[in-house]
Design a protein around this ligand. Structure first.
Ligand code: 5GP
Length: 209
């Protein structure tokens, strides 16, 4: 990232300090918390990822995801159109760069809800981004949420729990940790990180006007 000289006023780093990445293990309730956040604050820009995963029932193209085939995803990567991308459970996921940058340039806080590898790439590409990890109140809560989903075989659940353990172990790489004991409470707390005032206080003074 280029540093702005003090006499040039707010520059890219200031705008980009409003980018918040929300990550956390499978089963922690990221989607519910982000959906509640969207309800609380519709002015925030929520990135719509591209994915090679097929749509689930009820998912809408352009709203939940941009559903693309592998060839199109590879083209997006090749053209540098993705801010970050990762493979997760056999499918590719990535954040389209253009809409996020447009939102940030317009001074709109932007939120990415992505998994850990992607969060790490954003950290490298945009060091001013704020990384928030959503965690369960207890390990047992996550175990019961993942096992309680019903249909999965025991070994699939065991693998997901192993991945979740690794993801939780990355907590120290994050700027903030939000406990999801209750969706509304967690969304309200997350909002205080997403809105620029708090992230400005949390980050360096260069994020202040
Ligand atoms: P799902 O298939 O359940 O919608 O998402 C699987 C995982 O992929 C979730 O952890 C979700 O946060 C993550 N994910 C969704 N979009 C992106 C993206 O654009 N980039 C990355 N790195 N992960 C994503």
């Amino acid at each position: 990232m280029t540093e702005q000289s003090p006499d040039r006023g707010p520059g890219p780093d200031i705008v980009r300090s409003r980018l918040t990445v929300v990550s956390g293990p499978s089963g922690v309730g990221k989607s519910s918390v982000v959906a509640e956040l969207r309800r609380l604050h519709p002015d925030v820009y929520f990135s719509v990822s591209a994915t090679t995963r097929p749509p689930r029932p009820g998912e809408v193209e352009g709203a939940h995801y941009h559903f693309v085939d592998r060839a199109e995803f590879a083209r997006m990567v090749e053209r540098g159109e993705l801010l970050e991308h990762a493979e997760y459970a056999g499918n590719h996921y990535g954040t389209p760069r253009g809409p996020v940058e447009a939102a940030l340039d317009a001074g709109r806080p932007a939120v990415l809800e992505i998994e850990l590898q992607g969060a790490r790439q954003v950290r490298r590409a945009m060091p001013a981004a704020l990384l928030v990890m959503l965690v369960p109140p207890t390990w047992e809560t996550l175990v019961s949420r993942l096992t309680g989903r019903g249909t999965e075989e025991a070994d699939v659940v065991a693998r997901r729990l192993a991945v979740a353990k690794d993801e939780l172990a990355a907590e120290s790489e994050f700027d903030a940790v939000v406990v999801n004991a209750d969706v509304t409470t967690a969304a309200k707390e997350l909002l205080t990180w997403v809105l620029p005032e708090k992230s400005a206080g949390r980050r360096s003074s260069t994020t202040q006007e």
